[in-house]
Write a protein that binds this ligand. Sequence first.
Ligand code: G3I
Length: 387
Amino acid sequence: MLRSPSNSPGGVSRRVVLGGGLAAGAGGCAQAQPVVAPARDLGGNPGPGLWEIARGRGIAFGAAVQAQLLATDPAYEQAYAREAGVLVPEFEGKWSVLQPKEGEFDFRLLEAIVQWGQARGRTTRGHALVWHEAFPEWAVNALSEGAPRARAVMAAHIARVLSTTRLRIRDWDVVNEVIADPPGSDTPQAEGELRNSPFLRALGPSYIETAFRLAREQDPTLRLVLNDYGLEEDTPWAAEKRRRLLNLVRSLVRARVPIDAVGIQAHLQMDRPFRPQVFGDFVRALRAEGLSVLVTELDIREASSVPDDFVARDRLIAERAGAFISSALEAGVKTFLTWGLVDRYSWLVLEPAVGRRDGKLHRGLPLDWEYNRKEMWRAMARAFASA
Ligand code: G3I
């Protein structure tokens, strides 16, 4: 039996043990564990998933997904089949997986996700062509060998990835997290409004424009997205990051750079204030530039001050999720992805750097440790259904 953590509603759901089978642990290694069927909704009725509820209102809903878990954990796969209409590879579309060595490409894991989705009428969005993380050492070194080499390496990656996937992946985060974190934020950068990345050092600010133009050369119909985080809350540093992003986007649009959309990651933090009007105004300002806006990586990081029992925690998390999604919907956002579906595999649980200071496990996704639909799921379903 897969063990749930102390603060998860063990026993609350009705579960059917399907007998022996392989379930992947969080690290992806398969262990002989009885496979637990996804718990039915607390109301006992699986009912339509979030993607069907959203689709009924002209909204796309999906989630980040891991190929290995899709292949090895039946409960995980069933949850995605039930809830996600759009898939985004959690790391299978990143440079370190696709081109681990110069000129050696490996699309197997990405293809596995695309094919799983296509077999079920789901779409896959691409994440991320140009990003300073999940960026292999060979590429860091190549970018430090002068601008011509740097541009050639970036161009070769973009060309190969898009020419290989363009008929199956129609929407890509072309650049990810290019705005520098302002003073006051978690990881402030001392100076400059653009992140001091290997790309910026090698090519200067124009690398962003270059990346979009190179992507557009591969296919005139792809949706090309600039994706970033820390843009949602009512704090001085989020306001500054919104200002910086708007400045950048306006300059790209003015220069007729082929950018189609902005992705707002929405890794929300409960200990930060959120004002729907402030966030809605930001989305409207982006759309006034002729861009679409997507919510690309929604999850909710709890403050350690949040009450201990999961009922109170889940209610507060659901309130934040509902307020956020409603303000995004009202401002015209039509695509929402969460960064995972189920708490047990969330980066919020697996990455110590973002864990709760009191060691409790975050509950920032729609399904709890044992695939039960949480208050957050209901808040999202209500927001989509009333859009
Ligand atoms: O698969 C390998 C495994 O074989 C190996 O044993 C293990 C130990 O090194 O690493 C595993 O890969 C890890 C991978 O996650 C899968 O778990 C990488 O080390 C680890 O760096 C990677 O972290 C991902 C991170 O992006 C960097 O790619 C997180 O899962 C993923 O949630 C996170 O997602 C990012 C978005 O792309 C951008 N926005 C922020 C978001 C959260 O950081």
